[in-house]
Design a protein around this ligand. Structure first.
Ligand code: HEC
Ligand code: HEC
Length: 345
């Protein structure tokens, strides 16, 4: 009893985000860490296998430049394999070098989330994909008919759409463009070392990473960044305790979801982003205003929780976040160019 009672109380406090920063036991001695973590987070479910006609078509469309207004932009222009599905820029640029108002998140975790985009203005990844080709600063097409005309003119596509959507008289449609790309995106999540840990392999995280996980829970980060995505399942104000722009130094704050809903209650509200792959997707926040992860963690402590995290705590949390990196899927790459049209009969 003597051993169990205090341990379980401290676990409960920690799960509730109430444990004092000093209450975290030394790494290696934290027997309740796995059970605490299993209450807050969930391992990745199995991804659908990549081998289906819709996902194969979606992959090809994802890497296709020829449907953009200037012939240079595909989805992969801003969601690059070598940059973990993001683009490494504070703000993306699309057709004719036009700047997007926000930072490009990785798409690796998009399928796991409750809505798409920083402000949640797309309900699903399929809707996101359907609308992207007519975005003025992404693909720049005047309407979707222009996209369909280009797809029909490229030998190979009509046949692949027909194979992916059998039985449809006219399968080259906006809906099927969205469905195919969505099917591809749904194949992209891969388990990380943190998933192995959550499934019971405690050695999958180093002692330093385990200490960081304990800190992440104890200071309250998991109050928002929880579940399978460590985020991606709710909205929250950026700046619960103090104005975010004072911490990040931006001159003109983005009003966030309020611009979408026209409701003042949503001022400076953004989707809580998934932290999967976060160590590889700098710069940070909706505006890419923070270049480095330790600083982003510090800003979070200040704006969301009202705490000034000590250097060693920031370092520790950053070590844990490094365990959320997944491998880049082998088929997240441009497929071989179309063989000549004859081969596609
Ligand atoms: C010009 C650069 C650019 C191009 C091209 C582009 N994206 Fe994005 N993508 C972004 C930016 C920037 C955001 C964030 C937009 C926002 O939140 O307002 C984003 C967001 C997303 C999201 C939501 C991610 C999340 O976590 O909320 C998905 C999914 C996505 N893009 C997929 C695609 C697909 C599929 C295509 C091609 C059809 C595409 N993107 C083309 C820059 C781009
Ligand atoms: C009250 C909810 C809340 C809490 C608590 C919280 N966050 Fe966040 N976090 C958010 C929101 C909302 C954003 C998106 C901010 C924006 O608009 O860019 C975010 C963004 C981030 C980002 C940037 C991700 C990216 O891809 O750019 C990191 C890193 C992060 N949080 C880590 C943490 C850590 C570490 C803690 C604990 C110290 C924490 N958060 C606590 C809500 C929260």
């Amino acid at each position: 009893m003597k051993f169990f009672v205090p341990a379980s109380i401290s676990a409960m406090l920690a799960v509730a985000g109430l444990a004092a920063a000093t209450a975290a036991p030394a790494a290696g001695a934290d027997a309740s860490l796995l059970t605490d973590a299993q209450k807050l987070f969930r391992p990745l479910p199995a991804s659908p296998s990549g081998a289906n006609e819709q996902a194969e078509l979606g992959r090809r469309l994802f890497f296709e430049n020829r449907v953009s207004a200037d012939g240079n932009v595909s989805c992969s222009h801003c969601h690059l394999p070598e940059l973990q599905g993001a683009d490494g820029l504070p703000k993306s640029f699309g057709v004719f070098g036009k700047i997007n108002p926000r930072n490009a998140p990785t798409i690796f975790n998009a399928a796991l989330q409750f809505k798409a985009h920083w402000r949640g203005d797309r309900e699903t990844i399929e809707e996101q994909a359907e609308k992207s080709p007519t975005g003025a600063v992404s693909f720049g097409n005047p309407d979707f008919a222009a996209v369909i005309a280009k797809l029909r003119s490229i030998p190979g596509y009509p046949g692949l759409f027909a194979k992916a959507f059998p039985g449809e008289a006219d399968p080259v449609t906006q809906k099927n463009w969205g469905r195919a790309i969505g099917a591809f995106e749904r194949t992209l999540p891969r388990p990380t070392r943190f998933d192995a840990f959550l499934k019971g392999d405690e050695k999958a995280l180093s002692p330093a990473e385990q200490a960081g996980l304990r800190k992440f829970i104890a200071v309250g980060c998991a109050g928002c960044h929880d579940g399978v995505g460590l985020g991606g399942a709710s909205f929250a104000k950026f700046g619960v305790v103090s104005d975010y722009w004072k911490e990040t130094g931006v001159a003109e704050p983005d009003k966030g979801r309020a611009d979408v809903t026209k409701n003042d209650a949503d001022l400076y509200v953004f989707k809580v982003p998934s932290l999967r792959n976060v160590a590889k997707t700098a710069p940070y926040f909706h505006d890419g205003s923070v270049a480095e992860l330790p600083r982003a963690v510090r800003v979070m402590g200040k704006t969301q929780l009202g705490v000034d995290l000590a250097d060693k705590d920031v370092e520790s949390i950053v070590a844990f976040l490094g365990a959320l990196t997944q491998p880049v899927p082998a088929d997240y790459s441009a497929p071989a160019p179309f063989p000549d049209a004859a081969a596609h009969k």
